[in-house]
Design a protein around this ligand. Sequence first.
Ligand SMILES: [Fe+2]
Length: 231
Amino acid sequence: MSRLEPFADGVWICDGPRVRMMTIPFETRMTVVALESGSLWVHSPFQPTPGLQADVDALGTVGFIVAPNKIHSLGVGPWKERYPSAEVWVSPRFRERHPRAPVDHVMGTEAPAAWNGQIELLCFGGSRFFDEVVFYHGASRTLILTDLIQRHDPAGESPFWRFVKRKVGVLGPSGGTARDLRSTFRDLAAARASAEALLRWDFDRVVIAHGTCITEDARRTVEQAFDWALG
Ligand SMILES: [Fe+2]
């Protein structure tokens, strides 16, 4: 059973179950940030387990449950059920796909005041389909992404899936934005503006939801991953 592990000062990650989306196997990861108030910010959670909940409870009180895009919805209901006083914040188009989810707020252009400037956000623009909100935790210089950059671990993959994931552009250290996802970005000027804005944050490590996180040469790795948008 996966447990929380430290990733940076005030930031923890937990590797979750392997899931399949459109038959493709995905590793999953959620992130927890401790705000200075002691409130916990829980990003893209999967189904809680007793061990994970114990780890989270030992850190503080869950204050915010964040669904960063309309695809990552799995844990929103179960976490809200266990932590009913936590606020659920979702991406702009989340409700279209999950009309019955227990949503409290939809994220917009600015981070909620309750995050006290400790976590900033940006809605990555330009896609006719995809609506990911990306985050920056300044105290630890950590960028928090979900699906926009994927670096699936080749170890443990079958030769077939290694082949497919390499073709799609999400395998290992040279992974980036999946080709099928890229194709939904029709407004490349908007995507470029978002990638440039994201690169203005002073980060040196990146959490991603699928694959190996980026802890070395982070800026150059992110620039390369967004070369399709940056031109
Ligand atoms: Fe995902």
